[in-house]
Design a protein around this ligand. Structure first.
Ligand SMILES: [Cu+2]
Length: 306
């Protein structure tokens, strides 16, 4: 028996456990108080040795066993519905990185928010570019680790229009708390209109070579740590970076160099080679995240950001 909507299955398990716990707590507490009064030492000065009581022993074996098996049964239903993805599900790749989420659709659209159509199951293929993250969507009661070098999955059925929180629930560094995004559930027609339009813009820009540097920086998560207005965040600001003198630590030695094209490209692919003085060596390599072509676009954009 696999429920089509795992959220309902999870809610049922939770409710079941809650009811059992409350009933047991009340029953045990009541019995305890009752016994304390009934078997008070003043009323029973001489202790009596109680011999076995068959019915009582059967009762305390049968009832807990039945309860535990029932818990397992409901848990199993929740688990199987969580792991069994409906065949008509729409697949979206979800990538965790320090410190944002990126969602990639089958037609190549990349988005920082998860836009989905109402009533269609969504399968998320989850991975990480750097450290362990965990994708958590409380409203659907689902959570799964994002593991570098491995693909995990989740699915859910968006059954109501609206915007819901989505965040990282595995502490992944200083900006962990900013890994918050949204699941946006919209009507199917609206979704398809957006999907087609965004897909066209995305592939169009690639073909025409009109990728914009600021959009790339935003999409690839660069702006999660680097500002373009001079504000110092986790990493140095991009403003005025190109052509500036920078002091870096390379293999333990401090040196000064000019932030030219070679240096910037190298720092994107091998961020640990020359770490800017005053900042920690925490940036993961973006080798898998950008193409050579995109690197050129980014460099051109940085040149303008003086
Ligand atoms: Cu994270």
């Amino acid at each position: 028996m696999v429920s089509t909507n795992s959220t309902t299955a999870f809610n049922n398990v939770f409710l079941f456990l809650l009811v059992i716990s409350v009933v047991l707590l009340a029953a045990i507490t009541f019995t305890m108080i009752y016994f304390v009064i009934k078997y008070n030492r003043k009323k029973n000065p001489t202790p009596v040795n109680i011999e076995s009581h068959l019915l009582l022993e059967i009762t305390w074996i049968v009832i807990p066993t039945a309860l535990v098996l029932a818990m397992f049964y409901y848990g199993w239903i929740g688990f199987t519905s969580m792991r069994t993805v409906p065949p008509d599900a729409m697949t979206v790749k979800a990538t965790g990185r320090m410190w944002s989420w990126q969602f990639e659709y089958e037609n190549g659209i990349k988005s920082k928010e998860l836009k989905v159509p109402l009533g269609k199951p969504v399968k998320l293929l989850i991975t990480s570019l750097d450290v362990l993250h965990s994708l958590f969507i409380p409203v659907y009661r689902i959570k799964e680790d994002a593991v570098p070098g491995r693909e995990t999955y989740l699915w859910f059925l968006p059954d109501k229009e609206g915007e819901y929180d989505l965040f990282c629930s595995e502490y992944c560094g200083v900006q962990h708390s900013s890994m918050i995004s949204k699941v946006i559930v919209i009507g199917e027609d609206d979704f398809h209109a957006w999907y087609r339009e965004a897909g066209r813009t995305e592939t169009g820009a690639k073909e025409e070579g009109t990728l914009s540097g600021d959009k790339l920086l935003e999409d690839r998560g660069c702006l999660d740590c680097h500002s373009v207005d001079g504000t110092i965040e986790v990493g140095p600001s991009f403003k005025g970076l190109f052509g500036r003198k920078v002091v870096v630590t390379s293999g333990g030695k401090e040196r000064e160099l000019i932030a030219d094209e070679t240096y910037i490209k190298k720092s994107i692919i091998h961020p640990d080679a020359d770490v800017v003085k005053g900042f920690d060596d925490i940036m993961p390599s973006q080798e898998e995240n950008v193409t050579n072509e995109e690197l050129d676009v980014i460099i051109e954009y940085l040149k303008e950001l003086r």
